[in-house]
Ligand binder design. Structure first.
Ligand code: SF4
Ligand code: SF4
Ligand code: SF4
Length: 315
């Protein structure tokens, strides 16, 4: 491939994927030697969309601006990469899909206990669409680079692969593949919250009754959370097995594994995961690969949790 030019754009997101470019540190020099970055909201003040070989698009589609910007990127770039979990799956904002835009606006502007209530702005902020949508529901996408944000190793690999004229390497491993903790059978009988006790640093969180999503999450991070004492929350999105196999599901996969490793009843684990489903599915629920599965019934789980709470039975 000759000179590789790059445009980037961010849609509805937290800007973390763009900030991850800075985390390339001195590797950015290698990238800059090989590519010419043209449009990039954190580095350049270019509003237009010049023609580019590669377009990196972060963020999900949530309003008219996002649709327009995504379409401009598709028209101007030969290759479009959905960059980060927001673009690939909808990302954490996807949890908004269990509420209406009016409910979200009311929670932010009218019912927020830490701010003075005020009507939602109409002119300055584009209205929210009814749901959060991943990038490929609006434009064709050539490659997917999930992660929240993707680790610089994977960003670098993707860019250097494209410069070399080859396809970026596809890694199908789960976070467990890079985690050093030992999965072993224990006598643990209770599910633990993240604030219960101090976890054993050598042992798999599941063996100790803590919820860890490493086994159902694709490795786009090299397992920093379990390595540093924090269970994985699944921010890179689900593994290909979970996404593509209709009968595999985040909550049942974790429950199967944890119940085999402990003495905790499988159904109790499933119910516990359903009660906190907005957390466990937040990164991926906006993608039809999760949201349209017959096993995904988050609205019912939330109603059950509310009923439990009102009956005083919530843990
Ligand atoms: S994927 Fe994560 S880091 Fe990237 S924009 Fe979305 S929330 Fe931010
Ligand atoms: S489930 Fe979590 S703690 Fe256990 S091996 Fe996988 S990533 Fe590590
Ligand atoms: S270990 Fe899990 S929560 Fe932590 S960065 Fe990786 S995918 Fe995200």
């Amino acid at each position: 491939m000759g000179e590789v030019t790059v445009n980037t754009e961010w849609l509805s997101d937290c800007s973390g994927c763009h900030v991850a470019i800075v985390d390339l540190h001195e590797k950015i020099l290698n990238v800059l030697e090989a590519v010419r970055i043209q449009r990039c909201p954190v580095l350049t003040d270019i509003k237009e969309y010049p023609h580019a070989t590669v377009g990196l698009v972060s963020g999900a589609i949530r309003n008219e601006h996002d649709r327009h910007a995504a379409e401009q990127m598709r028209k101007s770039c030969d290759i479009v990469i959905a960059w980060g979990s927001c673009a690939v799956f909808g990302g954490p904002a996807g949890a908004g899909n269990v509420h209406t835009p009016d409910e979200i606006a009311a929670a932010v502007y009218l019912e927020n206990k830490t701010t003075i209530p005020a009507p939602p702005p109409k002119r300055e902020v584009s209205p929210l669409e009814s749901v959060v949508s991943p990038l490929d529901t609006v434009i064709d996408v050539d490659f997917y680079l999930p992660g929240c944000p993707p680790h610089p190793v994977f960003i670098f690999e993707a860019l250097t692969a494209l410069v070399a004229g080859r396809e970026p390497e596809v890694n199908r491993r789960s976070v467990c593949a890079k985690c050093k903790r030992n999965m072993e059978k224990t006598e643990v009988t209770e599910i633990r919250s993240s604030f219960d006790g101090i976890p054993d640093p050598e042992r798999c969180f599941l063996s100790q009754g803590y919820t860890c999503m490493g086994s159902v999450t694709i490795d786009r991070c090299l397992a920093p959370c379990p390595t540093n004492g924090v269970p994985c929350t699944g921010c890179a999105g689900a593994t290909m097995q979970i996404l593509t196999e209709p009968n595999r599901d985040i909550r049942t996969e974790i429950a199967d594994r944890m119940s085999r490793l402990t003495k905790i009843d499988r159904d109790e684990i499933v119910r516990s995961l359903e009660r906190s489903s907005k957390s466990h599915y937040s990164y991926t629920m906006a993608t039809s690969m999760i949201g349209c599965k017959p096993t995904f019934q988050i609205k019912r789980w939330i109603e059950d949790e509310q009923a439990d709470y009102e009956a005083g039975g919530c843990r």
